[in-house]
Design a protein around this ligand. Sequence first.
Ligand code: ADP
Ligand code: MG
Length: 704
Amino acid sequence: MSVYEHEVYEYEVYEYEVKALLSEAGVPVPRGVVVDDLDFGPAGELAEPLVLKAFGPGLVHKSDAGAVVLGLRAADLPAAAAEMRSRLPDLAGFLVEEQAAAGVELIVGVVRDSAFGPVLLAGLGGVWTEALRDTALRLCPVSERDARRMLASLRGAPLLYGHRGTPPVDVDAVVKLLMAVGGPGGLWERLELGEFELNPVIAAPAGVMAVDARYLPAEPSRLPSEPSDLLVESSDLSAEPPDRAAYPASAGFLPLFEPKAVAVVGASATRPNFGNMFLDFYKAAGIPLVAVHPEADQVAGVRAVPSLAHADVDYALVAVPAERCPEVVRQAAGVPFVQVMSGGFGEAGRAELEGELVAAAQAAGTRLLGPNCMGVYCPRGRQTFVGGGMGPPGSVALISQSGGLAGEVIKVGERRGLAFSRVVTVGNAADVTPAELLRWLAHDPETAAVGLYLEDPRDGRELFEALRAADLPVVLLVGGRSGQGQEAAASHTGGMVSDRRIWETVAEQTGAALVSGQDDLIGVLAFFQAHGSRVTDGDGVLVVGPSGGASVLAADAFDLAGVRLDPLPGDALDDLRGLRVAASGNPLEVPVGPLGRAGLVPEVIDAIMRRRPYRDVVAHVNVQAFFTYGDAAEPLYAYARALAGAQDALPRTRVTLVTRNGECAPPGVEDEVRRIAAAAGIPVYRTMEAAAVAVAAGGRCGTA
Ligand code: ADP
Ligand code: MG
């Protein structure tokens, strides 16, 4: 179809030009012609009714400018055009096209997120766009399954699938259009996109048609910069290519976590500073240690050498003023990993200095962790950046862009029973990135689940790919999500893609669990630590506990977390009557307290699971009830032991315990309950909300 032949404009891409491109890419567009005022003859080929649209510089929202008229006959065109021309003296020409039959109006767009790159948007379009903001996102390229799920996730989905007697639209044709735009080899790859928007696409029972198209090429000023590239270029050092062969890929990041020996650069022989603090941590951890000091031959009782060149270590921690870091790192040839603790680089507006540091690391053939980063914690490798001793080695890993948060998650997590395989803070991530670390950890035999705390992924695409490739549970906590990622641009697509939605999309597409706070990060990791290796074969969640408001609120908490509580199987009700349990719903209300039989809950669980295996069983208990008439810790422990027995008897079900109102127990009681539960692999939460978030996150993993 070559009806869109017209002069190509230099600065703007007009609707008819975009439609020519669409048509070529297999996206159906209305048949149309481009005409000037004098000759509407070519429009005679088109079937009425016709649509007249003006185009010209700056004419973006045509309806607002009165530059669209629907329902015309060919004979009406000259007068309608003359009328438009009288109001819009700058217009450059007219597009006349066939009017598509009515249908459901959709919006389809692509926008370039500054961190993650091209993102496809689909939703209810036309006049509904702004009012309903009912849209779904996916990072490109999307799969056909993604495209179908996007449509199904819309609140307005019933309009597509047939609603109150209206026939369904051609959903397959909509999916095909989404693929042509955002699928492999789709338009998103070919356009130097700023933004691209089809609004509306009219979806009808017999096909789809993109009746409006807008394309805003990326302006250089709005393109995402590649900080690392800029940094290397702006450095005045002629950097050698990195000598990655110095440490074989098979070893990968192992020396980072389990170095044979560590050097600390920057500890003072006279005035204790940050470097000395790390020296103390390492001394306490008992790892072979050397200090680097220009003059002293001992620092705080540790042997000192004059430079890294003299240190036979595989990990060096650098805590000297920022300006001196590049020079120190340049001496690190032969040291596979150098952590720069010092701040004062990119995060302080000194991108050039950071570039110099990266170049120095590359020249030395060393990998750089940081700068502006606390370092690594790995009990197995006696690697640490926290005081107060190390916890037991375990299977939970954490990658954090914040050192402070990592320290809190370690300390609080260990208090709650987490045991870490490896924790790494990345600071500015000038060289070693979260994505690289995630890829390595995903294959680390010591690691069963990974938590990620991120603020600004420098390598969003890389991270997305790493998340998608990771074949283990990943929990994602993102700071700063509330800020609007994209400035509202000329298109709706741009205005509807916020950071929060992008991260939700990333989680949805990669299967990572996105949580909204530090407690939930710890809580979900605890769930995976306890249950990660369990293969479950049921589905759904059963909640069991005392009756009353707590039980009602439990249902609400799970609902909020996106978990449906399936009703009990009918034939289990008779069995329950045999146990003299009258209640029949889910949450199931069973007497639990100091005077009740500890074994009742396990018997109830057993009776139900015989009829219908649930994937998760959440037992809750009101701790306060045990301490109303004195000290009833023993009945509470008996209950916990009985529940532990239930978990042992149900290896293919995940049992979770909620100890509500735990603050009413005397000191130590909750810890003992936790210990009994942990021994059976049961995670314990203090609130139903926390348990619901963890169970919801676990919902995606571990099913056979
Ligand atoms: P705007 O620049 O205002 O978005 P559009 O080209 O989208 O202009 O036209 C405005 C409205 O007119 C569309 O939302 C759609 O409802 C209708 N429309 C435009 N072109 C056609 C067409 N070829 N067939 C059917 N309806 C059309
Ligand atoms: Mg439009």
